[in-house]
Design a protein around this ligand. Structure first.
Ligand code: NAP
Length: 308
């Protein structure tokens, strides 16, 4: 089968860290163009706008959109309208409605739309889902605390409206939680902490429940220095489950039961090829819906100004 001719839009940190190596090692894809105002990839024809790229390289089959979420809809609309398959970095957009619109457009054009959630492909996530499917869950705690200065130095868009603030990493936790739990959950209360000089939260605490009264709480915080925490802890009738390091390791009652090398982006590209070949889309908006609900239901608290 001939490779899917791919273009990347928004050549920045995640493209260099993850997309380029994953594409280079996947025979299903051939990178043939990029569109970015400043970023380029050695040896690949580069354009500064998606329109110029689509006009100049009509053989493009698929486009990965890796710019910040506030700027993704317009590019996705152009790519889908031109009949290209589209891979959306997470979060898939700045609003739920714009992504729903893209989903309809993809359907009407007969192309695939992929709302990627890389953390769902962390090594131990499937094992956690299988473990929880066979248990009664008594409670679950999600602790996602990291140092924003280390992980997002000088990234202005992340602090702007629509950049999601601490929900940019927090939505990764929500993508895992919504995948491993046996039933849908919903937010019951939330508090969002906004630095006085920023439009997006630096911390958030939320409680959730489900139809059977699940006790679920999540803490996201960007002010964590020292040890970083990306953990999901569930107390169940079959023991205490700890899914740690962002989904990399699974322990039951303190015993490590699952650990494998990380393969999140290679698996995302495998999945993208699979849905393109199958002629379907993969758009689960549950993680983004919870973020929207937190903004809708959450109390606002103003905290000290934040400077990088
Ligand atoms: P980034 O490096 O700050 O941005 C990616 C590129 O987008 C930039 O290099 C820039 O390229 C383009 N861009 C920035 N502002 C733009 C604007 N106003 N209009 C059009 N293009 C703009 O961000 P990133 O860390 O790669 O993150 C991008 C997306 O990937 C986010 O949704 C993020 O949540 C997701 N992601 C990031 C990570 C991570 O570790 N960083 C991990 C997983 C997912 P040009 O200046 O060349 O146009």
């Amino acid at each position: 089968m001939s490779p899917i001719k791919l273009a990347i839009v928004g050549v920045g940190k995640i493209v260099r860290d993850q997309h380029l190596p994953s594409i280079a090692n996947n025979a299903d894809f051939e990178l043939i163009a990029t569109a970015s105002r400043h970023g380029t990839v050695d040896g690949i024809p580069a354009f500064t706008t998606i329109k110029a790229m689509l006009d100049a390289v009509p053989e493009i089959d698929a486009v990965s959109l890796c710019m910040p979420p506030q700027y993704r809809y317009e590019a996705a609309y152009k790519a889908l309208s031109a009949g290209k398959h589209v891979f959306l970095e997470k979060p898939p957009g700045a609003t739920l409605s714009e992504v729903a619109d893209l989903e309809n457009l993809a359907k009407s054009k007969g192309v695939s739309l992929f709302a990627s959630w890389h953390s769902r492909y962390a090594p131990a996530v499937e094992a956690a889902r299988e473990f929880l499917a066979g248990t009664t869950i008594r409670s679950m705690r999600v602790i996602w605390k990291e140092d924003v200065r280390h992980w997002h130095p000088n990234q202005e868009w992340i602090w702007q409206a629509g950049g999601l603030g601490v929900f940019d990493p927090g939505i990764n936790a929500l993508s895992i939680v919504t995948h491993i739990l046996p039933r849908p959950v919903f937010i019951t209360a939330a508090t969002l902490e906004f630095p006085e000089n920023r439009d997006a939260p630096i911390a958030a605490s939320m409680t959730f429940s489900d139809a059977k009264g699940l006790d679920l709480a999540a803490e996201f915080d960007w002010r964590q220095t020292g040890k970083q925490s990306w953990d999901i802890v569930a107390k169940t009738d079959a023991g205490e489950m700890v899914l740690s390091e962002g989904g990399a390791k699974l322990s039951i009652d303190g015993k490590l039961v699952h650990e494998e090398p990380e393969q999140e982006y290679p698996m995302l590209y495998r999945r993208f090829a699979e849905i393109i070949r199958a002629g379907r889309s993969d758009v689960d908006l549950a993680p983004l819906r919870h973020v929207a609900d937190a903004f809708m239901l959450g109390r606002r608290k103003f905290v000290d100004s934040f400077y990088d």
